[in-house]
Design a protein around this ligand. Structure first.
Ligand SMILES: C[S@@+](CC[C@H](N)C(=O)[O-])C[C@H]1O[C@@H](n2cnc3c(N)ncnc32)[C@H](O)[C@@H]1O
Length: 574
């Protein structure tokens, strides 16, 4: 953080060089948000509160002049690379005496973004998306820095970081960067640490060049905007940045009272973006979002893309990787729900069916529960975890984890509600095994004799659900062989599916081997013990192999309640 003196010198320097700062704004330094602008009396105006002449801006032209090159020819990948190197030089090169020195003096030496945390602090993030992103971004920035220095024929000070990165896939970038920072009190502008600092300054303070250059075609190109970059962020603040009479103007539509903070608006950012780019997060951030990333084989992803699931190319971040965004507004995007329905589709199902959709929701729910558990466990820090860590960083990690948890919890709740609704609205197409158990008293009694099951719930408790389902399916297939008609109607689709499978199934030796133990445990014992239920019709092993496929096709067992439903095979309207 700058000193009060540096801050006042900077403001004076700006005023002297043509910046207009409304007299009703004053700047102070706070512990929680660094330099902060405050209204000293009520403000409600559409006139610019701050206007800054072009000569105070830090633009690519300054960097081009300093290095004698065209930025576009040396900045590969990031159009701001040369300007970032310029900022590092102006900050860390003692012999540099830039016109903008009072500005460089107020730029914070230490930044709050995770790139500048200690290794111990970073390790608390292991397993999160943030941790992966950090590593990925660092690798990208190292390469960008190295290429830039190479093109400018500048000798890099810590070559090892680039060499390490390129020589081994296991190179620990985070460790290297943290160790380097620990060992060096001050950096050379030619070091990666210096460039990383400048990148952090840029991501937390730069404005789009489009504001001052309407012809700029690169939306990522940016410049530094002294004074206005002292304003902190608040979601939804109504502000405008305009370029009038060679000055860049800051206008706020907010009505401010004396003592109110004058905020800027950095955009509708998620907490992850805020943390990575700015080093803080917003509680109850309505722009928050998290990602659900799934690694699958590329063929499945390709086929899913072509299956009208609402998935777009944006959901495919690598050949073998699909990604979906979860937000507070859209906690369960259709594309992800449909995709899971698609993943649970059987080969025998031409499209996503009601059954496969419901099963897909259960799979998705398991993944969300796992994620939730991860954050629950990982957001509890022991005194040993906290030891040596900056309490502000611990707070940020906790907030990040709790915001992730909130989003996942929201998604899970939405999913459970939606699943309930689907079960309710499709009740005419399904019958629960529980209701069959209640209707088929003879069958239920036979289970009491064979498995000691008194009530339906015991089937789950005694782990006899699958056997009971298979037995009932075979009984249903044999319905016409009983001397007395059942007192209820066996749903036709179950009977028909059995006939269909029985007519087409090819039974292999290993299918028989797989079922042998199950079968021998039950038969001929059951037929001898309860012939009125397990006698009529065909109770051979083949019937059970068929029943098993019938189960795959028409039974959905709800994970939450362990309750199996027989479901008519219908496409699910996505
Ligand atoms: C454009 S600068 C704003 C000026 C900054 N306060 C300073 O000291 O120079 C952006 C930085 O300000 C801080 N900041 C901005 N908005 C904040 C907020 N709402 N809460 C906490 N810190 C904030 C973060 O450190 C961020 O990286």
């Amino acid at each position: 953080m700058p000193s009060e003196d540096q801050l006042q010198k900077f403001i004076e320097f700006c005023r002297k060089n043509g910046a207009n700062l409304d007299e009703r704004i004053s700047f102070k330094i706070t512990r929680s948000a660094g330099v902060t602008a405050v209204a000293t009396s009520a403000i409600h105006t559409q006139d610019p509160l701050i206007s800054v002449p072009e000569k105070l801006l830090i633009t690519r032209e300054l960097a081009e002049k300093e290095f004698g090159v065209n930025s576009a020819t040396v900045s590969s990948g990031n159009s701001n690379a040369l300007l970032q190197l310029y900022i590092a030089k102006m900050k860390f090169e003692p012999s540099a005496k830039p016109f903008h020195k009072p500005y460089f003096d107020i730029l914070p030496d230490t930044l709050n973004q995770p790139y500048f945390w200690s290794l111990k602090e970073l390790e608390l993030l292991k397993g999160t998306d943030l941790y992966l992103l950090l590593k990925e971004n660092l690798r990208r920035i190292i390469r960008e820095w190295w290429k830039l220095l190479h093109k400018l024929q500048i000798d890099a000070v810590d070559k090892e970081i680039y060499e390490g990165l390129e020589s081994s896939e296991d190179f620990d970038v985070l460790r290297y960067v943290c160790d380097y920072r620990e060992k060096h009190q001050s950096f050379s502008w030619k070091s990666f640490a210096g460039y990383l600092w400048a990148t952090g300054i840029f991501t937390s303070r730069a404005f789009p060049r489009l504001v001052i250059d309407k012809a700029c075609s690169d939306l990522n190109e940016a410049f530094l905007y002294p004074v206005v970059d002292l304003l902190n962020h608040k979601n939804d603040t109504q502000v405008k940045w305009t370029f009038e009479h060679e000055k860049v103007c800051f206008i706020t539509s907010e009505t401010l009272k004396e003592g109110d903070e004058v905020f800027n608006n950095y955009g509708d950012k998620s907490n992850e973006d805020l943390l990575l780019c700015y080093g803080f997060l917003q509680e109850s951030n309505r722009y928050d979002r998290t990602r659900l990333t799934l690694r699958l084989d590329s063929e499945t992803i390709e086929q899913a893309l072509a299956s009208n699931l609402g998935m777009t190319k944006e959901n495919v971040i690598a050949d073998d990787c699909a990604q979906f965004l979860i937000t507070a507004q859209d906690p369960l995007p259709n594309a992800v729900a449909n995709f899971f329905g698609y993943l649970c589709k059987l080969k025998s199902e031409a499209e996503v069916s009601l059954r496969s959709f419901l099963e897909g929701q259960d799979e998705l729910s398991s993944i969300l529960v796992q994620k939730l558990d991860f954050f629950k466990v990982r957001s509890k820090f022991s005194p040993a975890d906290r030891e040596g860590c900056n309490p502000d960083v611990i707070q940020m990690i906790k907030k990040y984890m709790s915001s992730e948890r909130k989003l996942i919890q929201g998604s899970l709740e939405y999913l459970q509600k939606r699943q309930k609704d689907i079960l309710k609205s499709n009740s005419a197409l399904m019958v629960s095994f529980k209701s069959i158990f209640k209707m088929d008293r003879k069958f239920a009694d036979s289970l009491l004799l064979s498995f000691g099951v008194v009530k339906y719930e015991d089937l789950v408790a005694k782990n006899r659900l699958r056997e009971s389902l298979l037995l009932w399916i075979v009984r249903a297939a044999n319905k016409d062989s009983y001397p007395q008609k059942f007192q209820y109607t066996v749903p036709e689709f179950i009977f028909d599916t059995f006939q269909e499978v029985s007519g087409s199934i090819v039974i292999e030796k290993n299918d028989v081997a797989e079922f042998m133990e199950f079968y021998k445990n039950l038969f001929p014992g059951l037929t001898e013990k309860i012939p009125e239920v397990f006698g009529p019709g065909n109770w051979g092993i083949r019937q059970f192999i068929v029943a098993d496929t019938v189960m795959d096709r028409v039974v959905y067992t709800r994970k939450l309640t362990h309750e199996p439903y027989f479901i008519v095979r219908v496409p699910f309207k996505l």
